[in-house]
Design a protein around this ligand. Structure first.
Ligand SMILES: Cc1cc2nc3c(=O)[nH]c(=O)nc-3n(C[C@H](O)[C@H](O)[C@H](O)COP(=O)(O)OP(=O)(O)OC[C@H]3O[C@@H](n4cnc5c(N)ncnc54)[C@H](O)[C@@H]3O)c2cc1C
Length: 494
């Protein structure tokens, strides 16, 4: 079966990692990408001498990248930095930030005035989170399921003690372990990495607190996150993989034996033995394949992750009062989380994340300057379709940040770019601008998530954030392994 041709639709991390694995097994690969360069959400903006990673700024489970390169017989060419402290959190009603350390005794020091006995409480909480992680990582997360029955049979092998955590929220679980509102809020921020709030995220995802604080921690890449894309594309090019940019697949034609051929906007048919689609696995089935189950009305009823509102600021001067990864929060967390993501009004006191990557990668900014990435989670385009107020929202955030770090960002700005959910949708076909794709509630994971093998066409597969197992860089790398296994199995190679 060696030498078969596979076309991959999309050069996001999911598509690139799949190309790496499949090319290692002897397949010939073509990658078709609608954007002008590779990376998808893991992309780069170069502007006025500054370089910005436009989306992901760190990741957990770094060993998944090691596994990817090992699978392909290559030494991992990426150099990772561990984040320590993992991040800092600024509350509007508190003069100093909290520094979140992996070392629990140091973390207890941060919380000594607000949470008595923090260390032993955290140990109990994290022990439970660790056991959920290790009882599901290999059994459930890194598995392909052929149907619902297969999924339920697999779930039945997970210790039953975890079941109640599927049905209560992360917030209610934190409430059982900690007293301080600030501690609960800080531990609940991981829910936003799944693109949701802790009030609608199941408590099983407390396993993410274990991954950030005890397991592998958080990492970024020396040279910038886009180095992941540069290094993988270089290897793929050296293997003869063909990249076709500025080309979007918009339709298909059915061939004999329940097979498909994909067609681009100009009407060109991309003939291939198989296709792996890295476009959103739910919306592609609706907009390109015309499946009724994935019509706009049906997709709108699904649970989508929050949309990003992102600002890329290049400033003159050095920011001494801020670290690499920072959260800026207000004093009405629950009310904010409950209301803001389903309204059409921009927040007047936004909650946001700030990353200054020039602090660890000085090449990202000219001498004496910093590059600032601001991410404010906002409603997707179902709730707020008009973003004409984007400059005002950016001003509100930048003014708030200036006063909280004691640095006049406006006066020192050399470059400023804003992406609203409209730009995010248009750049990468993200459904209604949803940043992380389909959410991860119990009805949208495992065999309930759009499968990585098409229901109808036997030469069509999917990889990436909205198919299994889910979103986030290491999870998408796992997705590339799962889809590769499907392809190899169907071709009788494994
Ligand atoms: C603002 C932001 C911050 C984030 N921060 C983090 C973080 O810190 N850590 C982390 O782990 N994760 C983070 N994520 C999530 C992470 O970026 C995603 O989970 C991951 O990059 C998804 O990769 P993917 O390959 O599935 O999809 P994508 O990156 O979306 O790639 C899909 C590609 O397919 C192309 N495409 C789509 N449709 C078509 C078509 N019809 N024809 C041709 N090409 C097409 C798109 O242009 C795109 O290049 C963040 C996401 C966002 C938006």
């Amino acid at each position: 079966m060696q030498g078969k041709h596979i076309t991959i639709v999309g050069a996001g991390l999911g598509g690139l990692a799949t190309a790496l694995r499949l090319s290692s097994k002897g397949y010939r690969i073509t990658i078709i990408e609608k954007h002008h360069q590779a990376g998808g959400r893991l992309n780069r903006l170069q502007q006025d001498g500054f370089s910005f990673d436009i989306g992901p700024s760190f990741f957990s489970m770094s060993y998944e990248f090691d596994e990817l390169f090992q699978y392909c017989g290559i030494d991992n060419p990426l150099h990772f930095n561990e984040l320590n402290p993992v991040y800092s959190v600024y509350f509007s009603n508190r003069s100093k930030p909290y520094y979140i350390h992996k070392d629990l005794s140091k973390l207890a020091e941060e919380f000594k005035e607000i949470e008595p006995n923090f260390e032993s409480k955290a140990k109990t909480y994290l022990k439970q989170a660790a056991s959920i992680f290790h009882d599901t990582e290999n059994k459930v997360v890194k598995r392909n399921f052929n149907n619902l029955l297969h999924y339920f049979l697999t779930l039945s092998t997970v210790p039953v003690k975890h079941a109640p955590l599927m049905f209560r929220s992360m917030w209610s679980e934190l409430d059982k372990h900690f007293e301080s509102e600030d501690v609960k809020i800080i531990f609940s921020l991981v829910a936003f990495f799944l693109g949701a709030t802790p009030f609608n995220t199941p408590a099983v995802y407390s396993l993410l607190n274990y991954t950030e604080l005890q397991h592998d921690g958080y990492w970024n890449v020396k040279g910038g996150m886009y180095d992941i894309v540069t290094k993988i594309t270089d290897i793929l090019k050296s293997r003869g993989v063909e990249f076709v940019y500025n080309t979007e697949i918009i339709s298909f034609q059915e061939t004999k034996d329940n097979k498909v051929q994909l067609v681009d906007r100009k009407g060109k048919v991309w003939v291939s033995d198989k296709y792996v689609v890295n476009s959103d696995a739910a919306s592609f089935r609706g907009s390109v394949l015309g499946r009724k189950k994935f019509s706009e009305t049906k997709l709108d009823k699904l649970h989508w992750t929050l949309a990003p509102f992102t600002i890329y600021l290049g400033v003159k001067g050095k920011l001494d009062n801020i670290h690499h990864h920072n959260y800026f929060l207000g004093d009405n967390f629950k009310q904010y989380a409950d209301q803001i993501f389903t309204t059409s009004i921009s927040p007047d006191k936004p909650y946001y994340y700030v990353n200054v990557s020039s602090k660890s990668n000085p090449d990202c900014a000219p001498d004496g300057c910093e590059n600032i990435f601001i991410l404010c989670p906002v409603p997707d385009l179902r709730y707020k379709s008009n973003w004409d107020d984007k400059e005002q929202l950016a001003d509100t955030i930048i003014n708030d940040l200036s006063s909280r770090i004691g640095f006049d960002l406006n006066k020192n700005t050399l470059t400023r770019t804003i992406y609203t959910p409209v730009e995010w949708r248009d750049m990468f076909n993200l459904y209604k601008g949803s940043g992380l794709g389909l959410a991860h509630d119990m009805k949208q994971i495992g065999a309930f998530r759009p499968a990585n093998k098409d229901e109808q066409f036997k030469n069509l597969y999917y990889v990436g954030a909205s198919t299994t197992p889910g979103t986030g860089l290491p999870i998408v790398v796992i997705s590339s392994k799962l889809v590769t296994e499907r392809v190899l199995k169907d071709d009788g190679i494994i």
